[in-house]
Ligand binder design. Structure first.
Ligand code: SF4
Length: 378
């Protein structure tokens, strides 16, 4: 029987997903294929070590996390020793195979004994303090900004508060839905410097793409269009076909991850703040959306200046300011995503009922919002 230690809890690992094995010599294509395979089939990725002193497995684990954004289980197999427990954990491994249940004791001792790492950058207390300070400061700045935003209902003033409070690049990801069109209008009216981009999943309705063109003309701006990594897409289609997202929740989440989540993470890299058009009224999932929160995962302040706006306020704002909107909203589409995954809803139906309608009602998100969601996707 196989025994595995969970490096975070130092306990025997209880879960037992299948594995996709990845050689320590894997190139980018092979890593991509392994990630797609693991995501599609809910598997762990196992990296085998021929010798404990072969460092290549550590690099591969690190690349799976940093380059591919893989958040599923990464397992060390083969010749790894208890003294490496902390290093495995820091490189991105979740679990390690242990010879037998008795050997678990040595792994637990190692995890308990070595409280730090020998590398200068990690053991340096200054560095550790800096990281903790960054998180605390981020949370404090987000709380202060949230308070400022809540003091006014004027949307232009709200986005101005964001620009005044944040140092560094501010991004705005627009889906071209009516919430985001209202936020864009406020950004342009406020004359603030914001990196505006949209994720083109290559599956959009023609009406959405026409809305993009009309919006650019209307405001005299260029919206950065971000597309999925062609290699990731190729792998996805090779594994699952063009419409595989209808065959299982895992396949649907893999599709959303490759077409939306990974391109989003790429676009947000290095940003200080991210403006979204989330509103509490949109769904039960979004009922607790705050005006500004520190996103520790993305290391930025995530803002939602429309969080407490009602449907009525939003529609009135759009009408009063003659804001261009996607014509599909008037045809029963309150929430507009990819064409094959979005249908019109009937009056009184949940606004997000038209998204992935063949799935359970719970958790109808694509992984763009919420750390838990991104983890779930992976
Ligand atoms: S919404 Fe549908 S087509 Fe679009 S990325 Fe998600 S699964 Fe794929």
């Amino acid at each position: 029987m196989e025994h595995r230690v969970d490096l975070k809890t130092a306990a025997l690992s209880q879960t037992s997903p299948g594995v996709t094995e990845l050689a320590v010599t894997a190139n980018r294509d092979e890593r991509t294929a392994a990630v797609v395979e693991a995501v599609l089939h809910g598997k762990a990725i196992a990296i085998p070590f021929a010798k404990f002193n072969d460092g290549r497995g550590f690099s591969i684990a690190h690349l799976l996390r940093s380059d591919h954004g893989f958040r599923g289980e990464v397992r060390a197999t083969g010749h790894v020793i208890p003294d490496q427990a902390l290093h495995l954990l820091r490189a991105g491994f979740d679990t390690a195979n242990v010879v037998n249940a008795e050997a678990l004791f040595h792994w637990q001792s190692s995890l308990a004994h070595y409280k730090g790492a020998y590398q200068k950058a990690v053991r340096n207390p200054l560095m550790q303090r800096r990281l903790a300070t960054q998180r605390i400061k981020g949370e404090q700045r987000a709380a202060a900004l949230s308070e400022k935003i809540a003091k006014t209902r004027d949307l232009t003033q709200r986005v101005r508060e964001i620009a005044d409070s944040v140092e560094g690049r501010i991004t705005f990801s627009t889906s071209l839905g009516k919430e985001d069109q209202a936020v864009l209008h406020a950004i342009v009216s406020a004359g603030i410097d914001v990196d505006v981009f949209t994720l083109d999943t290559l599956r959009h309705f023609p009406e959405t793409l026409e809305t993009l063109e009309r919006t650019e003309k209307h405001y005299g701006i260029k919206i950065r269009v971000v597309t999925p990594d062609p290699m990731d897409l190729e792998e996805l289609i090779a594994h699952d076909g063009e419409f595989g997202f209808r065959t299982s929740v895992n396949s649907r989440k893999a599709c959303c991850m490759i077409r939306k989540v990974l391109p989003l993470n790429r676009s947000l890299k290095g940003a200080a703040a991210w403006i979204t058009g989330l509103r509490r009224e949109q769904s039960a999932e979004r009922a607790d959306v705050d005006h500004a929160v520190w996103d520790a995962d993305l290391e930025l302040i995530k803002t939602s200046p429309l969080a407490d706006w009602t449907d009525g306020e939003l529609d009135a704002y759009i009408k009063a300011n003659d804001i261009p909107v996607n014509p599909l909203h008037d045809q029963g589409y309150p929430s507009i995503g990819c064409e094959p995954c979005t249908r019109a809803v009937s009056p009184g139906e949940d606004p997000r009922a038209g998204r992935w309608w063949w799935e359970n009602e719970d958790g109808k998100e694509c992984g763009l919002h919420g750390r838990e969601r991104r983890l779930e996707v992976a």
